[in-house]
Design a protein around this ligand. Structure first.
Ligand code: UDP
Length: 246
């Protein structure tokens, strides 16, 4: 692993990767990439590469796990063994179990689970290449896979992290900022700005925390634009096919 940089932000206000403090890494995404899943998304964000797949809603077995009045959401975040510098031991870890739990909770307020009593909606987020911000990358991809599967939701969910380096808040941490920064605050939010996930590692003042939320809102707004655009592109193309078939 590289050593801690002397400075994270230069005299021009630019970060080690050339971004401004309020700039997110380039992101691209594609939906419907897996033929056997009901919905899927492949997403790249900086050097992060994540694949999300959604199965369901389908009847939950064993039946004793069914919820009488709603569907159960299961979310599995997993890092591939080859996704990081030091190989990751396959199978669940404390970290992946925690991330899976908070990510599931990030979707529970938006998915209309009451429409599918007794069912399960399975979300799999596989990190193929990790470079800081994988839980938020996975949430962005999972949201698209859910939409691609046609799962009814109140709205989209977008996620991004804010951190602190050199005494300044920065949006969407890169690897050195994540490793050596003073704070890392991943958040997920709906289009209405309702926060569905917030975690915090490190220290910020209450005032900085408020600023972090505002920065994150702006990052999530940009991500949501891309998510909407991706969905529009797919469904406009489908419309074109239907029209040309007539
Ligand atoms: N990481 C790693 N090995 C691990 C876990 C994480 O190399 O077992 C790296 C990976 O690049 C990840 C980064 O450390 O993206 C930051 O991890 P963190 O736990 O903060 O979660 P993330 O920012 O990916 O959501």
């Amino acid at each position: 692993m590289s050593d801690k940089p002397e400075k994270f932000i230069d005299e021009n206000g630019l970060r080690l990767d050339g971004r401004r403090v309020d700039e997110i890494r380039p992101m691209k995404m594609e939906i419907g990439v897996l033929s056997r899943a009901d919905g899927s998304c492949y997403l790249e964000w900086g050097k992060n590469k994540v694949l999300a797949a959604v199965y369901g809603p389908r009847e939950l077995h064993p039946r004793r796990l069914q919820k009488a009045d709603s569907a159960l959401i299961r979310y599995r975040y997993n890092m591939a063994a080859f996704s990081v510098e030091d190989r990751i031991r396959p199978g669940p870890s404390r970290r992946s179990i925690e991330i899976s739990k908070v990510s599931r909770e990030a979707f529970e307020p938006v998915v209309l689970t009451h429409l599918y009593p007794g069912a399960v909606i399975d979300v799999f987020a596989e990190v193929l290449q990790a470079d800081a911000g994988t839980r938020t990358a996975a949430i962005n991809a999972a949201c698209m896979a859910l939409a691609d599967a046609g799962i009814p939701m109140k709205g989209l969910v977008s996620a991004c992290a804010v951190g602190k380096v050199d005494g300044q808040l920065v949006l969407d941490l890169n690897k050195p900022e994540d490793n050596y920064g003073d704070a890392d605050i991943p958040m997920a939010m709906t289009s209405d700005g309702e926060i569905t996930l917030v975690q915090m590692d490190g220290d910020v003042t209450p005032e900085e925390f408020k600023q972090a939320i505002e920065m994150c809102k702006e990052g999530c707004r940009q991500i949501m634009e891309l998510q909407k655009e991706t969905l529009k592109n797919k469904f406009t193309k489908l419309e074109d096919v239907e029209i040309s078939d007539d």
